[in-house]
Design a protein around this ligand. Structure first.
Ligand code: DC
Length: 215
């Protein structure tokens, strides 16, 4: 992995990681991977299997060899040849993804895939544990953060049917699960640059990060 340009971006839901990472990767001309899509695809797979999250200790780890997740154009997610790009953002997946993301065998399997992708590539990778676990040697690490109010407002702007207090509660619940889980909890790596972007827009955030990377 040494020698490649690895940029890790972590942060809570709706902190702007994906938009920032995508634009940054585009401007630098390198790969982009949103690892949240992989956790969503796994959650969708297991929600449709007979296993529930309480039975996980009993599963044979070989099952992960049969789960093939591919991501094209940073948004088309294909699970075992089926396009699941839309359903991974359904309420069913939204409500369960933090729980499945806390399961050790799922994390181990996905971290391995993510490390393999980074092995031969310059890449911007976004998630919750990229700087701490997936790419601990990444040359650049950023942690994007902003207030719960701003994040709930952003969610509402993406979909005007959404209600502010509802979105705030949902984000807060996901934060609690992501931050307090036993394995790879959401937290900034000690050597990450923390970027609060309540009052900084997307282009300014990308510019700020790009300045650090290129100087
Ligand atoms: O970024 P997102 O909202 O699409 O992520 C979905 C869930 O996956 C979120 O609850 C946290 C989890 N996740 C994780 O635990 N580790 C990652 N590297 C990426 C996402």
């Amino acid at each position: 992995m040494k020698g490649n340009l690895h940029i890790a971006i972590d942060g809570p839901a709706a902190s702007g990681k994906t938009d920032t990472g995508k634009l940054l990767a585009e401007e630098l001309g390198i790969l982009f991977l949103d690892t949240g899509l992989m956790y969503r695809a796994m959650t969708y797979y297991f929600l449709n299997s007979k296993l529930d999250e309480n039975n996980f200790d009993l599963i044979n780890k070989d099952i992960f060899d049969d789960i093939n997740i591919e991501i094209f154009n940073n948004q088309n997610v294909i699970l075992n040849n089926i396009d699941i790009s839309k359903v991974i953002f359904s309420d069913d997946v939204n409500n369960k993804v933090s729980i499945y993301a806390g399961i050790k065998s799922i994390r181990e399997s996905l971290v391995k895939k993510q490390q393999l992708i980074a092995q031969d590539n310059d890449i911007v990778m976004v998630g919750r544990d990229i700087g701490t676990v997936v790419l601990p040697d990444a040359k650049f690490k950023f942690f994007l953060d902003c207030s719960l109010n701003t994040r709930a407002m952003r969610r509402m702007h993406q979909d005007d049917k959404k209600k502010f207090t509802n979105e705030k509660d949902k984000l807060n619940n996901r934060d609690l699960l992501d931050k307090n889980r036993e394995i790879s909890p959401l937290l900034p790596s000690e050597d990450a640059v923390i970027v609060f972007n309540d009052y900084v827009n997307l282009n300014e955030t990308v510019k700020l990060i790009k300045n650090i990377v290129l100087n």
